[in-house]
Design a protein around this ligand. Structure first.
Ligand code: PRP
Length: 212
């Protein structure tokens, strides 16, 4: 019997692109391609079992060993610092974490800067590194609306095309860090399934080279 590697895929476009890379690398699972509401799919011949999970939960499954590996945005790794190995940059889901504000916004020093974000830890450590006092307002989505309503001066958020900022009259004022999707592994799982996990990692790495 082949050792099964449990793989947490993020539901949505990034997960679908990642599955396409896994399939091209020889880790296909025909059942996953049939549209239904199932969340777990396996191909025992290839030794893979896939789960669709909420993107922000992937690292939790991997850290606790419910999944051996997973695909997760670097933003989640920086924000939650899960105790996992980061094995590969997939070169997918490229975007950046940035500070944005209404066009023409001028920061006044001496006042506490109000920052709305879904990523309080990333925002806090960025402003700590600049020794800037801030007041974090943690939101769960539609961050761009906060400065428009006077809830915050700026936002710290993910910018991909910049379309959401433009549509709301905001602009990037500082870049914090580039973001992309990473393959992560559970620390114990990586030891026990070293060969299997590495052959998946190598397959994805080859696909990344082909696609770039
Ligand atoms: C993300 C992010 C921005 C937007 C950036 O939001 O928080 O709002 O995408 O993409 P763009 O630069 O291409 O416009 P998401 O779609 O995850 O929704 P949310 O606001 O509910 O978090």
């Amino acid at each position: 019997m082949k050792t099964m590697v449990n793989i947490a895929l993020p539901k949505g476009r990034l997960g679908e692109k990642t599955y396409a890379m896994l399939k091209a690398a020889g880790f296909e699972c025909p059942a996953i391609e049939e549209s239904n509401r199932k969340l777990v799919f396996e191909n025992p011949e290839k030794g893979v079992r896939y789960f669709w999970v909420k993107p922000s939960d992937v690292a939790i499954y991997v850290e606790r060993g419910a999944a051996d590996v997973g695909i997760v945005g670097k933003d989640i790794l920086l924000e939650y610092k899960p105790d996992v190995y980061e094995l590969l940059d997939l070169g997918l889901g490229k975007c950046r974490m940035a500070v944005a504000a209404p066009k023409g916004f001028k920061e006044t020093t001496g006042t506490t800067l109000k920052v709305a974000t879904k990523f309080p830890n990333i925002a806090q450590s960025y402003y700590d590194s600049k020794s800037r006092d801030i007041d974090i307002i943690k939101l769960n989505g539609s961050i761009e609306i906060a400065p428009l309503l006077g809830l915050s001066h700026v936002i710290v958020d993910i910018v991909e095309t910049g379309g959401t900022l433009r549509a709301n009259n905001l602009e990037v004022c500082e870049e914090i860090v580039p973001i992309s999707a990473r393959m992560i592994a559970n620390k114990a799982g990586y030891k026990f399934k070293y060969q299997e996990i590495n052959s998946i990692r190598q397959g994805l790495e080859r696909q990344r080279e082909v696609q770039q």
